[in-house]
Design a protein around this ligand. Structure first.
Ligand code: ADP
Ligand code: MG
Length: 229
């Protein structure tokens, strides 16, 4: 099976003043293309830091990350941005929609920036897929949390990513709304053949994934194949 992400002996340290904090300590794991992969662990265990590093948003202190066949250490900032643009999608706990853009624009503008001549049409189709065909002209403040996360899903899938990173995607949603968003996420994932990496506190959600990685204090304490899969 092709590895879409390979993390080898990754260490990340932050320094503040004279103190150095090891946030991730010699982490190694890999993810098969098309797999669904959960990362769980207590608050502060390094989950968000790990996602950011895997997506090339930040540099490792030691070790190597290979994303979609590219060792990230061989790419400069522009190269990493290009790789993200082409192959990576993101979903965040707090949605991160642009407040001055409508739902449609939040999806279409990134497509336009990528030079998609059909940005508007593609964005309309994506919003229809997430059940928001009638909310195109609404601004984020006019949408519920669940609706905002569905716009974020449409945006995340707009470049047909090979791999999608979701950082606590249901963390700000009530249980029922969260379940609907997750169903949509897994449906879109299946339809598009995306690899899914989900950080979550929700053990039921974690168990829906094929593999579960447990972090504690910046170390891997378990890397299991889910019993549910
Ligand atoms: P999680 O997502 O599991 O809650 P994080 O990855 O956000 O954990 O944070 C892990 C640890 O790294 C925390 O102790 C946090 O304070 C620290 N940390 C995260 N980002 C930075 C940063 N930019 N500078 C210094 N410390 C950081
Ligand atoms: Mg976090």
């Amino acid at each position: 099976m092709t590895k879409i992400l390979n993390v080898s002996k990754l260490t990340k340290r932050y320094s503040s003043g004279t103190k150095e904090l090891t946030v991730l300590d010699t982490i190694s794991f890999s993810i098969d293309a098309g797999d669904t992969f959960a990362i769980v662990g207590p608050s502060g265990s390094g989950k968000t830091t790990l996602l950011g590093l895997c997506a090339g948003l930040d540099r490792v202190s030691e070790g190597e990350i290979t994303l979609c066949g590219k060792p990230l250490s061989t790419l400069d900032e522009d190269g990493r941005a290009q790789l993200r643009n082409d192959k990576v999608g993101f979903i965040f706990q707090d949605f991160q929609l642009l407040p001055t853009l409508t739902a449609l624009e939040n999806v279409s503008v990134p497509l336009e920036l990528r030079g998609d001549a059909n940005a508007n049409q593609v964005a309309r189709e994506l919003l229809e897929k997430v059940g928001l065909a009638k909310r195109h002209d609404h601004y984020p403040t006019q949408l519920s949390g669940g609706e905002q996360q569905r716009v974020a899903l449409a945006r995340a899938f707009s470049n047909a990513p090979e791999i999608l990173f979701a950082d606590e995607p249901t963390g700000n949603l009530d249980e029922e709304t969260g379940e609907k968003v997750i169903k949509l996420l897994f449906d879109l994932n299946k339809e598009m053949g995306t690899t899914l990496v989900i950080v979550t506190h929700d053990l039921d959600l974690a168990a829906m994934n094929h593999k579960v990685l447990r972090l504690k204090g910046g170390k891997i304490v378990a890397n299991e194949t889910s019993v549910a899969s």
